[in-house]
Design a protein around this ligand. Structure first.
Ligand code: FES
Ligand SMILES: [Fe+2]
Length: 338
């Protein structure tokens, strides 16, 4: 069960072009393409005739022609051509999804189009602001999206899972503050006077220990942004420190699979190309470890005889609060529909 009345990242803008792109989002098949004028379009990827994927067809001008029997739909989803038949049945249409491009991502609204308000798109300005330098990518993950949200809201795992990049002993031991309301969850962790983890040392030449902090913001349905900072211990010297945002869009493809769109945008050494590469490699390696773990969890949770019982600890406060927010939204949509 997914929240439908929400903006999801459907893809990077640069992925959408004149070749139809199939992407399943919250269990529904979507085809993405660009009109000749350059506008990105999202339609239901299921022909109105015999349900063939439109993404297997081809673009004819701004319309898409089904690759099976040639029924053709304009970018509003209306059938405009039916080979061998002049009268087009009323029902010959496919669903059109609201789609907005912002910050280099294409945002899709999977619910009631009348409720799609572009002002509700999260403000991820770090992705295309001149004072920030992002690296980013997409990872396909064979686990439920909430295992990835759990992962980001409980970063104590960095100590154990990410020792070669961003983990140090301080993360797991640090006291955590969690704040939550009906719409958002925030986790704060301060790690004074700790040893800089390997990726931090590569990004900045810290001579000694650092004061490290993390603020993680969850917003529904599937976003977690990490504000990570480090300064030489005992100083407020951010000019010689690290400040970056890790922007995570955990977009459910199905109950058991996730499109993980990510970016890490830093606020220092913007022109350092070598650092771009170090960051890209370091993050891909780190997230690879996360995916390996959540996919392994998924296998154990999803087997038919699995006992769902598990032990809850203090560090689960934020993941639990986030699940509550999303469950409430899903329930509200279900009762509104009933
Ligand atoms: S399935 Fe698309 S035209 Fe027949
Ligand atoms: Fe991680």
């Amino acid at each position: 069960m997914f929240v439908k009345n929400a903006w999801y990242v459907a893809g990077w803008s640069h992925e959408i072009g004149r070749t139809p792109l199939e992407r399943w989002i919250t269990g529904d098949p979507v085809v993405l393409y660009r009109t000749e004028g350059g506008r990105a379009v999202a339609l239901e990827d299921r022909c109105a005739h015999r349900l063939a994927p439109l993404s297997m067809g081809k673009l004819v001008g701004d319309a898409i022609q089904c690759g099976y029997h040639g029924m053709t739909f304009d970018c509003d989803g209306n059938c405009v051509r039916l080979p061998g038949q002049a009268a087009i049945p009323k029902a010959a249409k496919v669903r059109k999804y609201p789609l907005v491009e912002r910050f280099g991502w294409a945002w899709i609204w999977m619910g009631d189009p009348a409720r799609a308000d572009a002002a509700a798109i999260p403000n991820f300005f770090w992705l295309d602001h001149p004072e920030w330098k992002p690296v980013g990518g997409t990872i396909y993950c064979k686990s439920n999206y909430f295992l990835l949200i759990d992962n980001l809201l409980d970063l104590s795992h960095e100590t154990f899972l990410h020792g070669s990049t961003i983990g140090n002993a301080a993360v797991a031991e640090a006291a955590v503050e969690t704040e939550a309301d009906d719409t958002a969850v925030r986790v704060r962790r301060r790690m004074p006077n700790c040893a800089p983890p390997p990726l931090f040392r590569k990004a900045r030449n810290f001579a000694g220990n650092i004061d490290r902090s993390q603020v993680i913001d969850f917003s529904p349905p599937c976003y977690a942004v990490v504000d990570a900072r480090a300064v030489p211990a005992g100083t407020n010297d951010i000019d010689n420190g690290i400040e970056w945002r890790v922007i995570n869009a955990l977009v459910p493809e199905s109950e058991g699979t996730t499109h993980y769109f990510w970016a890490v945008s830093r606020h220092f050494a913007l022109d350092n190309r070598e650092l771009d590469e170090i960051m890209q490699k370091g993050v891909v390696h780190t997230f690879g470890e996360d995916i390996m773990m959540t996919e392994a969890q998924q296998k154990r949770m999803a087997r038919p005889s699995a006992d769902p019982k598990h032990v809850t600890i203090k560090a689960d406060a934020a993941p639990i609060a986030a699940r509550k927010i999303v469950s409430r939204l899903v329930q509200n949509e279900a009762s509104a529909a009933a």
